[in-house]
Ligand binder design. Structure first.
Ligand SMILES: Cc1cc2nc3c(=O)[nH]c(=O)nc-3n(C[C@H](O)[C@H](O)[C@H](O)COP(=O)(O)O)c2cc1C
Length: 258
C-alpha cells in the first residue's frame, strides 16, 4: 500500500470516546466545519448544529455536532427562485443523507489532522422529536447522526476491517465461498479479540430469545457475533423510523409512497 500523510492519517483513525478538558478553539471548529462543507454534494443538503455543553454532550465531549439532512434549506432556495419541491421525500432523503454523510466524514478527517478525535452516534434519527424541540428544527429537516469531537484522552488501536477479497469485487459481484466468508470473519473476530474490545467494554448484546442458551463468553464473543445480534434483534420494526420521518414531515409509507 502506498503511504503518505493523508493515507497514514486515514489508516490510523479510530473512534474516540474519551476527551481531555481542552476546548477546541473557534478557529479549529470553523476549520473543521468549513472542510466538511467542501465535500462533494448532490444538492448541498447537509447542515450542522453544534452543541458545546459538555454536561449534556455524549461522552462529555467538548463539542457535539448534529448532522442534518436538510431539505428545508433547499426548499428556501427553491422558493426564492419561484419553485416548489416535487422530488419525492425518499429521493430527497437518500441524496440529502449522502450530502450530510460525506460532509460529516470530511469533518472527521479534518479534525484528525488538527489532533482531534471524534465518534459518530447513530441514535439521532430515533431522537428526532427531542432534537426538533431542543434545536428548533423546522419541518423537512432530518437528524442523520451525531458526531462527538474533542482532543483525545485515549489512544485505542485502529480497528480491523474485512480483507480486500471480501470488499473489493472486480467487475462482477462474487458468489462468496464458505472459505472466503470464514476467512473474513476470522480477520474481524481475531482483530477484536486481540484487542479485548468487548471484554474491556464489558458489553455483550444479550439474546432476546430467553429460551436460547448463551454460549459466548468474553473469550470468544467478537465482532461478527455482535453485529449479527444487532442486525437480527434490533430495529426490526420499520414503523420506528417511519414514525420519525412523519414527525419531521417527511412521510414515507412502507410501499415507498408519501
Ligand atoms: C452511522 C454510525 C453510527 C455509529 N454509532 C455509534 C454509537 O452509537 N456508539 C458508539 O460508541 N460508536 C458508534 N459508531 C462508531 C462505530 O462503532 C465505529 O466507527 C466502528 O466500530 C469502527 O471503529 P473505528 O471507527 O474505531 O474504526 C457509529 C459509527 C457510524 C458510522
Amino acid at each position: 500500500m502506498i503511504r503518505n500523510e493523508v493515507i497514514d492519517s486515514l489508516m490510523s483513525r479510530k473512534s474516540i470516546r474519551k476527551y481531555t478538558d481542552q476546548i477546541p478553539s473557534e478557529e479549529e471548529i470553523l476549520t473543521v466545519v468549513r472542510a466538511g462543507q467542501q465535500a462533494p454534494f448532490a444538492m448541498q443538503m447537509g447542515s450542522v448544529i453544534i452543541q458545546e455543553n459538555r454536561e449534556t454532550n455524549i461522552f462529555n465531549a467538548p463539542v457535539q455536532f448534529i448532522i442534518l439532512c436538510d431539505i428545508h434549506r433547499m426548499e428556501k432556495v427553491m422558493e426564492a427562485r419561484g419553485w416548489k419541491r416535487e422530488a419525492s421525500n425518499i429521493h430527497s432523503l437518500l441524496f440529502g443523507a449522502q450530502d450530510a454523510a460525506y460532509m460529516a466524514q470530511n469533518m472527521v478527517t479534518a479534525a484528525e489532522s488538527l489532533g482531534m478525535g471524534s465518534c459518530y452516534i447513530g441514535a439521532a434519527p430515533y431522537k428526532s422529536e427531542k432534537l426538533r424541540e431542543d434545536c428548533n428544527l423546522p419541518d423537512h429537516v432530518f437528524p442523520l447522526v451525531i458526531l462527538t469531537m474533542g482532543f483525545p484522552s485515549e489512544d485505542p488501536p485502529a480497528r480491523p476491517r474485512y480483507p480486500m477479497e471480501f470488499h473489493l469485487f472486480r467487475e462482477k459481484y462474487p458468489d462468496f465461498s464458505k472459505g472466503t466468508v470464514k476467512r473474513a470473519m476470522d480477520v474481524m473476530d481475531r482483530g477484536y479479540l486481540d484487542q479485548d474490545y468487548y471484554k474491556n467494554a464489558g458489553f455483550m448484546i444479550p439474546l432476546s430469545d430467553k429460551s436460547k442458551e448463551e454460549k459466548f463468553t468474553f473469550d470468544n464473543y467478537s465482532w461478527t457475533e455482535h453485529i449479527s445480534r444487532k442486525m437480527a434483534q434490533w430495529s426490526t420494526d420499520p414503523e420506528e423510523l417511519l414514525k420519525q420521518l412523519r414527525i419531521c414531515k417527511l412521510p414515507i409509507n412502507e410501499n415507498g409512497t408519501e
